[in-house]
Write a protein that binds this ligand. Structure first.
Ligand code: SAH
Length: 379
């Protein structure tokens, strides 16, 4: 038993829980975004500074870790967009590259396309020093790679080809709860034993200004929770401005619904199991569902063209996932063939990641992004 209370009494607080408790005792309860920022990003005790276990034998598994097909097809898709735009010099950017697997697969699959490797510089935006070192090892074969803490230092002289898989779900959210007099912020507080618990602010939240006008919020019962993410909106706006000014295309892939739905979706995962998000901060991964349609609107409001969001399964099939699977399985050992088929199934099947994960394309170039249909344009 590793979580919460056991027959031996409550688990000891993690070092980061002790720090957060100290902060709350000194300065009062904190909002969920502050809690997430500390739990994931604390410079020494945050989850992303720990030995992040990303992959089949770790805490959680992402699409690039499930199958090489994922990074390969995204690479071919981005390269096709680049070719359709007459192959200009570009910067290839990945946001939140994790183990570096997607970029490694992308690079291997596209490396022989005429003119492509020479046309690119690779830029990885990564906040975790630990994962950055992992990416450095993994991508040692790529000549021109630079790392960045944020989008702010990306060069501004060329169009951008951008990929972000499961980045937005890790960005901090805030939660509001509806009471008789309106929306109050959900906060992390201390219970009578000094352990972290959820509470709410006494005062109304300024974040809720204008919320009542949203049709999807009408008729919500008292006690309903909604999630907002100024951090996601800001990242999307910065990306959209870059694309507007520099040209290019971004593919954003994440799990969630098109529109925000009421209810808390904050989740913590450890060893593929969901655990209480407040227990063991620093030792478990935290994420929440992304309202992908809202990201699209942020981009279109800035004058960009957005496509989708389409379910990941359809997107990958349109890019040739089944053909690629067939190619790989031919000549593979039975064990490898089975692993490849299972990986493909998990990426594309409706009861796995095929429907829950959505792909959004944001584009400045006058073309339909590979994997999308012309009628899937949003304006
Ligand atoms: N894209 C990878 C990893 C997903 S985990 C995959 O699909 O396997 C989330 C990644 O985003 C990690 O690499 C994490 O360190 C990084 N990250 C989290 N917040 C970030 C931020 N604000 N800017 C850039 N990277 C961030």
């Amino acid at each position: 038993m590793t979580t919460g209370a056991s027959v031996f009494g409550p688990a000891q607080p993690t070092p980061l829980e002790a720090r957060i408790a100290e902060l709350i005792r000194e300065a009062g309860p904190i909002d969920i975004a502050t809690f997430m920022t500390l739990a994931l990003g604390h410079p020494t005790l945050g989850y992303y500074q720990s030995d992040v276990r990303l992959g089949a034998d770790g805490d959680f598994v992402t699409s690039p870790e499930l199958s090489q097909i994922f990074g390969e097809l995204i690479g071919l898709g981005l390269a096709a967009a680049w070719q359709a735009a007459d192959g200009p010099p570009v910067h290839l950017v990945e946001l939140g590259p994790g183990n570096g697997t997607l970029m490694a697969d992308l690079w291997r699959a596209t490396g022989r396309l005429p003119g492509w490797p020479e046309a690119l510089d690779v830029h990885l935006v990564e906040t975790s020093g630990r994962l950055r070192r992992r990416q450095q090892d993994r991508l040692a074969a790529i000549e021109r790679v630079q790392w960045h803490e944020s989008l702010a230092t990306l060069p501004d002289d060329r169009p951008l080809l951008v990929i972000a898989n499961e980045l937005f779900d890790a960005l901090p959210i805030r939660q509001l709860i509806l009471e008789a007099d309106g929306w109050h912020e959900v906060r992390v507080d201390l219970d009578a034993d000094g352990r972290l618990c959820l509470g709410r602010a006494d005062e109304l939240s300024a974040l809720s200004d204008g919320l009542g006008r949203e049709a999807s919020l009408e008729g919500l019962a008292e006690g309903s929770v909604i999630e907002l993410s100024p951090a996601r909106d800001a990242m999307m706006a910065e990306l959209a401005q870059r694309l507007r000014d520099q040209g290019g295309i971004a593919l954003i892939i994440d799990y969630g619904e098109l529109e925000p739905t009421p209810g808390s979706t904050l989740q913590a995962v450890s060893r593929h199991r969901k655990v209480d998000p407040l227990t063991r901060p620093g030792e478990v991964d935290l994420s929440s569902r992304v309202a992908v349609g809202a990201l699209a609107r942020t981009a279109t409001a800035l004058g960009l063209t957005a496509y989708g969001p389409v379910p990941q399964g359809s997107f990958l099939s349109r890019l040739g996932a089944e053909l690629r699977l067939e190619q790989l399985v031919r000549g593979a050992s039975p064990a490898t063939a089975e692993r490849l088929q299972l990986g493909h199934r998990r990426l594309t099947a409706a009861d796995a990641m095929g429907e829950l994960f959505k792909v959004l394309a944001v584009c400045r170039w006058p073309l339909t992004p590979p994997g999308f249909l012309p009628e899937e344009v949003l304006r």
